[in-house]
Design a protein around this ligand. Structure first.
Ligand SMILES: Nc1ncnc2c1ncn2[C@@H]1O[C@H](COP(=O)(O)OP(=O)(O)OP(=O)(O)O)[C@@H](O)[C@H]1O
Ligand SMILES: [Mg+2]
Length: 371
């Protein structure tokens, strides 16, 4: 296996910039996610790693080997890169048995029959599909098919696995299972995987680290936890989390040495955790708070926001409550113990450490930003 480094990668299609100046360092053995909305450049980045697309600018490295360098017109051919690609439909051959499917890449390489047999059995053993070798794909579950596709990729001993939305045609339940399975396999095999998805939940649940792309730009690279807790900007904050983070327009004001956000309908006092904001010039801000970081109270307590219950949704073990606050909707998630009804008036309290403040103009997170 190998590490993968991407330097200043840019790919244009006429006037469309598919990927712009992207820099990534993927560690050996990492399960690295490329996440972002449709058209943000995920597949393009993956294909540049595979060598199936040549970028206009930039470099790709596998460990200490430079395999792409646009400046010097150096593009190692895809066959020489030894990457395994796993796509949505797995592309396992329906007329071949599982054994034949896994053996296929070795047969193409004209390996000796004995070697093929040994390696197929060994890989099948590692993936727990030894009993399925004589079956045809249609006699397998979705999860088993996924393992066959992986086995066929692994048998070639690739340097890197490149996966483009490999689970997206599975139903929701199977997907959760297949996700966990992939995570387990990754742990066991210790292979380097670059995994593309537009599903933030999938990214959060399996990724060691996540790179978030938006319109060809890299917005943030970090662990799922840091991306969730310390989003670098409004785009990342809004893209990760469901229901999404509440975002409220406001103006920063300082009064008697204390800092407040004037939200128009209410003024919210910020604790001294936000003292560094006293120095900044921009006062137009967006206050961000995730639904699970809001508590609700029937009493009017200090530094709370008066709201009216608009919609109550039961989401399994929790309630998602939509509140009307003037023209705004604020969503809070609580345990379904409250005796709440639509139209009730109550007070929302934001968990202080979980408040985010973004610059309205630059959209940057003002708390995590290095000043
Ligand atoms: N062969 C091509 N010719 C012209 N434009 C292209 C080509 N391939 C991709 N693009 C454009 O480049 C941008 C990035 O495409 P890409 O396929 O990388 O997106 P993606 O993030 O994989 O999206 P999705 O989640 O929909 O698969 C898009 O605007 C797309 O329309
Ligand atoms: Mg794609």
């Amino acid at each position: 296996m190998t590490s993968v480094k991407i330097k200043n990668l840019t790919k244009r299609y006429g006037k469309t910039i598919a990927v712009e100046n992207v820099n990534l360092e993927i560690k050996d053995g990492e399960l690295f996610i490329l996440l972002g909305p449709s058209g943000c450049g995920k597949t393009t980045t993956l294909l540049c790693i595979a060598g199936l697309i040549n970028p206009d600018e930039g470099e790709v490295w596998f460990g200490d080997d430079m395999i792409t360098c646009a400046e010097h017109n150096k593009f190692e051919r895809p066959q020489e890169r030894n990457v395994a690609m796993v796509f949505q439909d797995y592309a396992i051959y329906p007329h071949m048995t599982v054994f034949k499917n896994i053996a296929f890449p070795l047969e193409v390489r004209k390996k000796h029959k004995h070697e093929i047999e040994t390696r197929v059995k060994e890989v099948a053993e590692r993936l727990g599909i030894s009993e399925l070798l004589e079956r045809k794909p249609k006699q397998l579950s979705g999860g088993q098919r996924q393992r066959v596709a992986l086995a066929r990729a692994i048998v070639r001993e690739p340097k890197v696995f490149l996966m483009d939305e490999p689970l997206s045609n599975l139903d929701a339940k199977l997907r959760v299972y297949a996700r966990a399975e992939l995570k387990r396999l990754h742990k066991r095999l210790g292979v380097t995987i670059v995994y593309v998805t537009h599903d933030q939940l999938e990214a959060m649940s399996i990724g060691d680290r996540i790179a978030i792309l938006n319109n060809g730009f890299l917005e943030q690279i970090d662990t799922p936890e840091n991306i969730y807790n310390s989003p670098k900007n409004i785009f990342v904050a809004g893209f990760i989390g469901s229901p999404p983070m509440n975002m409220l327009d406001g103006t920063l004001i300082e009064k008697d040495g204390k800092l407040f956000v004037d939200l128009g309908f209410s003024t919210y006092e910020l604790s001294n955790r936000f003292d560094k904001l006293k120095k900044i010039k921009s006062t137009e801000v967006i206050l961000g708070i995730r639904p699970e970081d809001i508590s609700i109270s029937k009493e009017n307590i200090k530094n709370s926001i008066k709201a009216k219950v608009d919609i109550i949704e039961l989401m399994g073990r929790e309630l998602s409550i939509h509140h009307r606050v003037n023209e705004n909707t604020i969503i809070a998630i609580t345990k379904p113990t409250e005796d709440l009804e639509i139209g009730d008036e109550l007070y929302l309290v934001f968990v202080n450490e979980k408040i985010h403040v973004f610059d309205k103009n630059t959209e940057e997170n003002l708390i995590t930003k290095n000043s």
